[in-house]
Design a protein around this ligand. Structure first.
Ligand SMILES: Nc1nc2c(ncn2[C@@H]2O[C@H](COP(=O)(O)OP(=O)(O)OP(=O)(O)O)[C@@H](O)[C@H]2O)c(=O)[nH]1
Ligand SMILES: [Mg+2]
Length: 322
């Protein structure tokens, strides 16, 4: 058992080991998480969360590392969360990230953490907000969340972040891919990385064209900017930071930031509630209440929907009573 108040206090003071322990509790779906989250609740809500997504190899980790350098120069404390929704354990694909992030390894103003979410009910939706809350409570001003772009996770990350950066690179047929993956709806800022390669201008133009094809925007609506970067040489990073700051200011001003944070919290609650209900229903296999209902169905006294209602009412009644 972990001494939660002590651990939370140490994390609040910014002790890296305590932060790491807390995120491990999230990753391991520890039964003590409930206590951890209760202790963290009043401490969080200050960090600005930036999500980075895009196809494998597009330069997410390199860009993240360049952003860390830029934000550190501005005196911000930075948290980095690399989430791999497809891997059952940390390591593997994320190992390379550690190399790309190694220049920040000895900086006490930076926390870097990889997290695997496969195998968790609710996956990213459940674990990422909790890990973000840990980093937030530990005093990070900015939290960069890198997610490998595999289908649903790209859309998931958008719902976790205050600002979502979608990365593309020339010559990867990314334009078409982007349209297919629904990526054109989730980017608040687009980065065409690897701009040192041929075709970056064409990719940016194509993207600009596709973004312009959407429904007409009202005046004051956000028009996602496209920034060209060479992350490997930290070129365009200042422009990227500027675009992020602009989006942040715009979403604060238009109430979008608050709305997104509420939506994020709502999703988190929903995932926890559904997970708990599913656990309870799982527990019911072989339970007498279920067999009684089943008997009434087979006897023609009850339909399965009414039975399910009865079951849920019983479970939730029990939940609030106990
Ligand atoms: N030429 C060029 N190469 C780059 C640039 N940025 C990153 N790379 C290289 O592209 C490769 C992939 O970069 P990563 O940052 O690991 O890409 P990623 O999107 O994080 O990759 P995954 O996490 O595996 O999906 C590395 O070899 C980088 O050095 C760039 O601006 N120009
Ligand atoms: Mg990466």
């Amino acid at each position: 058992m972990v001494d939660v108040p002590e651990l939370v206090e140490q994390a609040r003071q910014g002790r890296p080991r305590a932060v790491a322990r807390l995120i491990s509790l999230v990753e391991g779906a520890s039964p003590q998480l409930r206590e951890v989250m209760a202790a963290l609740a009043p401490l969080a809500g200050n960090a600005y969360v930036v999500g980075l997504t895009g196809s494998p190899g597009v330069g997410k980790s390199t860009s993240t590392s360049a952003l860390v350098t830029a934000y550190r120069r501005a005196g911000k404390r930075v948290g980095v969360l690399a989430v791999d929704p497809s891997s059952p354990f940390s390591g593997g694909a994320l190992l390379g990230d550690r190399v790309r992030m190694s220049e920040h390894a000895s900086d006490p103003g930076v926390y870097i953490r990889s997290m695997a979410t496969r195998g968790h009910l609710g996956g990213l939706a459940w674990a990422a907000p909790q890990a973000i809350r840990v980093l937030d409570a530990a005093g990070c001003d900015v939290i960069l969340v890198e997610t490998v772009g595999v289908g649903q996770s790209e859309v998931d990350i958008a719902s976790q972040a205050d600002t979502t950066v979608v990365l593309l690179a020339p010559g990867m047929g990314d334009g078409i891919q982007a349209a297919k993956a629904g990526i054109l709806e989730i980017g608040d800022v687009y980065a065409v990385n690897k701009a040192d390669r041929d075709g970056a201008d064409a990719t940016a133009r194509e993207l600009n064209h596709m973004l312009g094809l959407g429904e007409a925007r009202a005046p004051g609506d956000w028009r996602p900017p496209i920034v060209k970067t060479v992350a490997a040489r930290a070129q365009g990073t200042d422009e990227l930071v500027e675009a992020l700051e602009k989006h942040r200011a715009w979403s604060e001003e238009h109430g979008v930031l608050a709305e997104r944070r509420r939506a994020r919290a709502a999703r988190e609650v929903e995932t926890i509630a559904v997970t708990r209900l599913r656990e309870r229903i799982g527990d019911l296999r072989g339970d007498r209440r279920l067999s009684v209902l089943a008997e009434r169905i087979t006897a023609g006294e009850l339909d399965p929907y009414a039975a399910a209602d009865e079951l849920i009412a019983g479970l939730t009644g029990e939940e609030t009573a106990g």
